[in-house]
Design a protein around this ligand. Structure first.
Ligand SMILES: [Zn+2]
Length: 529
């Protein structure tokens, strides 16, 4: 075949495959569009080198990328000096409740980071009635797209309760049936939270049994593993084993090693994952780019064995003096293993919010252990735990199979002092670590926030700047992209995001939130039905 003929044949084949004969990459033919992002630096989500070009959007989809002549165009946006990339997909989000609340349904703290899709149902917690959750989102309207995972902890809580008991055969069958239903209703997989009650009471066999049903629908197994410190390697090995036995992709959530004595161990765990990948297994992870973590203070200071019945029941037991005395050395040991801990929220001790435990101890003229025992009486108290090594954080973010994810949730300033990740994760990784500090190439950082999470989920219609994909797009100023949220001022919005399109609608226009509520639930398998 002559070269020219071969080229035409390939082009025809590509057009036939995409189903958009008029959709073009690099052509002289004039392109009609609703919006054209003209003349920017395109970083397309593949990790390939950036290039100069334009992107045309029509009827919610990307219809042309690269160099093309403009036909009838509704709006042209000059993107000179700006980066055009896919909308960011936050694989690990906890907006299950706040996304249905009037004050936070717009997810403005994520739009200002360039996020266009959030994945909920993580760490084993969240709604298990997937159809009802998606319908509620549609009825109410949402500012970003939402893709949901079936949370195993909530599933177990509904079927077995919060006790340590193993499920009966009937209960296991019931959990499998509900998993089946969740997947049919559009869940993208399942999640586990194996440090939380009651997920922690599930053994490996139980998880394999449920994951096997998820695998039948091509879902993933995402896990907050059993231990991220002393038993990190064994916990990663369990996740890999579950993937092998249940035959589904494994995803390790917020990959890290905590507590000073475990610093560096994340490299051993990464090696284990790379071996599994080389043997053909699909294993990936995600990370938030901070050295502090955050969860309930109860989960930080007491093992799951000591939290039977959940945080509320544990707080009740702690009111008993003998029980408190028994737990004191356990809490003392957990406290000693951490560099410092900040109280992020507490209903019972609002004056302590934003203070380190040791600062409270000085102010109250007591021991840090006394402060910890007191704050544990508040079952809902949250903490920020400074327990990771910066070198480990930088090592993990460079791994090509690690996605960027926030582990935060849509929120507004409510007087608490939460982890800044809900406002800063994506600009921090891309602006601070990639562009300013050159820890990794810009293309790799963008991929970790777009194409990679889409691939991990098996989401085929977004994640890339590519013809035929949904027009979820972000345009940012590379010199100005920066996270401004800190541990002391966690509600500061990120800066530098100029334009955000979700399904072709502007969620941010020229740096301003539009209140478009352009998101929608994304149902797994919907494109196949
Ligand atoms: Zn988690």
């Amino acid at each position: 075949m002559q070269p020219t003929l071969k080229f035409i044949a390939v082009l025809t084949f590509v057009q036939a495959c995409t189903g958009f004969a008029w959709c073009v990459e690099d052509t002289d033919r004039a392109v009609d569009a609703d919006v054209v992002l003209r003349g920017g630096t395109i970083v397309d989500g593949t990790g390939e080198p950036q290039y100069q070009g334009s992107v045309a959007v029509r009827s919610g989809k990307i219809v042309a990328v690269g160099a093309f002549a403009l036909g009838k165009v509704g709006q042209v946006i000059d993107c000179q000096g700006l980066v055009i990339c896919p909308g960011f997909i936050d694989l690990h989000n906890h907006s299950d409740h706040t996304i249905l609340s009037p004050a936070t349904k717009d997810a403005s703290c994520y739009l200002t980071q360039g996020c266009t899709t959030l994945v909920t149902g993580n760490c084993g917690g969240g709604p298990i009635d997937v159809a009802k959750f998606y319908d509620a989102l549609t009825a109410q309207g949402v500012g970003v797209n939402i893709a949901h995972l079936l949370p195993h902890g909530s599933l177990r809580s509904k079927v077995v309760g919060k006790s340590r008991a193993p499920p009966t055969d009937a209960q296991l069958e019931k959990m499998q049936q509900l998993a089946d239903m969740a997947m049919r209703e559009g869940a993208w997989g399942m999640s586990t939270g194996l440090i939380y009650v009651p997920g922690s009471y599930a053994d490996t066999d139980e998880l394999v049994a449920i994951a096997s049903r998820v695998a039948e629908h091509r879902g993933i197994y995402a896990s907050h593993i059993r231990d991220e410190g002393d038993a990190l390697v064994e916990s990663v090995a369990e996740a890999i084993d579950i993937g092998k036995r249940a035959r589904l992709p494994v995803h390790v959530s917020h990959f890290k090693s905590v507590k000073r004595r475990n610093w560096g161990k994340v490299r051993v765990a990464a090696h284990l994952i790379e071996e599994a990948r080389q043997s053909g297994q699909q294993v990936t992870a995600d990370q938030y780019p901070y050295t502090a973590s955050s969860t309930s203070i109860m989960a930080m200071l007491l093992s799951p064995d000591e939290r039977e019945g959940g945080n509320q029941a544990t707080a009740e037991r702690l009111k008993n003096a003998a029980e408190a005395l028994r737990l004191r050395p356990i809490v003392a040991e957990a406290l000693a293993a951490r560099d410092k801990m900040m109280i992020a929220s507490s209903k019972q001790k609002p004056d302590w919010v934003g203070m380190l435990i040791r600062e409270v101890a000085v102010a109250e003229r007591c021991e840090p252990l006394d402060v910890a025992m007191e704050i544990l009486l508040d079952a809902s108290a949250q903490g920020v735990n400074f327990s990771m090594a910066e070198a480990d954080v930088r090592f993990v973010m460079k791994l090509p199979w690690v996605a960027t994810a926030s582990d935060g949730s849509s929120k507004i300033d409510d007087g608490s002092r939460p982890h800044p990740r809900s406002y800063g994760t994506f600009p921090r990784k891309i602006g601070r670590y990639a562009i300013q500090e050159n820890v990794l190439p810009l293309e790799a950082a963008v991929r970790s926030a777009s194409g990679l999470p889409a691939d991990i989920l098996g989401m085929t219609d977004r994640g890339y700047v590519r013809v035929g994909q949904a027009a979820d797009l972000v345009v940012f100023h590379p010199d100005k992209l920066e996270d401004r949220a800190t541990y002391q001022e966690p509600f500061n919005r990120s800066v530098g995001i100029r334009w955000v399109l979700i399904g072709g609608q502007f969620a941010i226009a020229d740096g301003e939130l539009t209140k478009a509520m352009a998101g929608r639930p994304l149902r797994h398998g919907a494109e196949l039905r």
